[in-house]
Design a protein around this ligand. Structure first.
Ligand SMILES: Nc1ncnc2c1ncn2[C@@H]1O[C@H](COP(=O)(O)OP(=O)(O)O)[C@@H](O)[C@H]1O
Ligand SMILES: [Mg+2]
Length: 475
């Protein structure tokens, strides 16, 4: 296998690069198919463009065009690449035949493939025919790489009875950078500042580059200023991205309805039932948004109760919680005042829930020593407390592997506080939850009571508890 080093301008993505190189250079006797998907702005084109430069091949980027227009442009671009032509393709059969003839060994990248499929729904079947034993790809060792941002369309390419199913030798999803990678990418050393920035821009690499022109908050003191001059400034690209992100997300037709779903979730009405209270078409809408990976459904750790939805894209939460409410002032160019009046909402609706989610994500990355064994489930959970007629909310419940005939082990119960100092009372609540779970039949003999704290712990940490700090999250 050939070794192609990752170009220096590509941050991280080591595993993705290695997988792509393996796919591109694997010595096999026949043509192969690969799929790369991921939400917009995560760096798919960036990676594949670099791969084609290193490994050689032809790169074609689709845009919103009719089939005729796209075939015409493909004809020009392929002719320019090979130096002959011009080609006038009557249909995709002809185009693929020419592509495999002209690129018999390198990569053929069709970027934004989901848009091509929109204009030509039969295209996946035509690709399948090309790759078949008697297809145009016969006798070549080309690598056909289909890349796309519409997660619904892309995941259906390989699902169930889809024509391309079982053909793909590579099926890669390019995800946002995780919180540690994002901090490194932004060059932010202070974990507190890193959480705040991540709670707005998440792990989308493009937001560090094109969208803020490299403007990074220098320190905690600069955070408010940074917010005001980037995401809240109508002259900044990030401001418009927050508003248009949804509109450009393919597959989402009902914008107003989708916004209503986000608004409900962000304001805390996050179960299917609660969302349906506000909206007629809640079922259909949540399904589309889930498909697009903009929201995700999470089951309670301890019960069959209704699942809650969470918004996966931080910028959407920020837009809903802060920008939309302050829209008039923002449009009129008064971001300072808008931001000043939004601080409390920012803490309660943006950073608080975001920090909780980061803590849950962190649990997946710890080694077995931290909670006694590797977690098999991490979620928020609700424990009914009959004596006090209340419910105890557990922000981070960590469960061990399910084993037949044995009670489920609760590895840890955790409380998360971003801006409030924690104290022994918080541990007492967790103890109560632990005891109630034990009565319900869970194995709590090894349960670690965990305080995830952004502001520290007052007094002595009880012996049966452990603290997880910002430094731990970013270690
Ligand atoms: N791994 C990375 N390292 C550095 N910059 C990146 C990386 N991934 C993405 N970017 C930045 O994000 C921008 C948008 O990425 P792009 O490839 O267009 O996303 P996608 O194709 O997934 O929509 C790139 O132009 C680049 O500036
Ligand atoms: Mg792209």
């Amino acid at each position: 296998m050939t070794f192609l080093s990752k170009p220096v301008q590509i941050f991280g993505r080591e595993r993705e690069w290695a997988g792509l190189v393996r796919f591109a250079t694997f010595p096999g006797p026949e043509a192969r198919l690969g799929i790369v998907s991921g939400r917009r702005r995560q760096g798919k084109t960036f990676l594949l463009d670099a791969l084609v430069r290193e490994a050689g091949g032809f790169f074609f980027a689709a845009t919103d065009e009719t089939e005729t227009a796209v075939l015409t442009r493909l004809g020009w671009e392929l002719a320019a690449w090979t130096g002959d032509g011009p080609h006038a393709f009557a249909d995709w059969h002809e185009a693929l035949e020419r592509l495999f003839t002209d690129v018999p060994q390198g990569l053929i990248v069709l970027d934004e493939f989901s848009r091509l499929v929109e204009a030509s729904p039969a295209l996946p079947s035509i690709c399948r025919l090309a790759l078949d034993a008697h297809g145009y790809a016969k006798g070549t060792t080309s690598r056909l790489l289909l890349c796309g941002s519409d997660m619904g369309v892309m995941s259906r390419l390989l699902a169930g009875r889809a024509p391309l199913r079982r053909w793909a030798g590579l099926d890669m999803v390019i995800r946002p950078l995780d919180h540690r990678e994002a901090a490194a990418f932004w060059g932010i050393d202070d974990p507190r500042l890193a959480v705040l920035v991540h709670s707005i821009v998440g792990g989308t690499p493009a937001y560090r580059r094109e969208f803020v022109a490299g403007d990074v908050p220098r320190s905690m003191d600069d955070f408010d200023g940074w917010v005001v001059r980037t995401v809240l400034d109508p002259r900044a690209a990030l401001f418009h991205e927050a508003r248009h992100l949804l509109a450009e997300e393919a597959g989402i037709q009902d914008l107003a309805g989708s916004r209503a779903v986000f608004a409900a979730i962000v304001s805390g009405k996050a179960t299917c039932g609660e969302i349906a209270d506000h909206l007629e078409d809640a079922d259909q809408l949540t399904r589309v948004l889930e498909d697009a990976q903009l929201i995700s459904r999470q089951q309670d750790a301890f019960g069959p109760g209704p699942a809650v939805f969470r918004v996966s894209e931080p910028l959407i939460v920020f837009y809903e919680a802060i920008m939309r409410r302050e829209w008039t002032r923002l449009e009129r160019g008064q971001p300072e005042a808008a931001w000043r009046d939004s601080r409390a909402t920012f803490l309660s609706q943006v950073v608080g829930p975001h920090f909780e989610a980061l803590c849950r994500e962190w649990v997946w990355t710890v080694d077995a020593g931290v909670f006694g064994e590797l977690p098999s489930e991490v979620a928020a959970g609700t424990v009914a407390d009959p004596r006090n007629r209340t419910q105890i909310q557990v922000d981070v419940a960590v469960l061990g592997r399910e084993e037949h005939g044995r009670p489920r082990r609760v590895l840890s119960l955790g409380e998360v506080k971003w801006d409030k100092v924690m104290h022994p009372g918080h541990v007492e609540r967790l103890r109560r939850a632990r005891d109630l779970l034990s009565v319900k039949g869970y194995d709590t003999s090894g349960t670690v009571l965990t305080c995830y704290t952004g502001a520290g712990f007052q007094g002595d940490l009880p012996k049966d508890a452990r603290a997880v700090t910002l430094d731990d999250l970013y270690a």
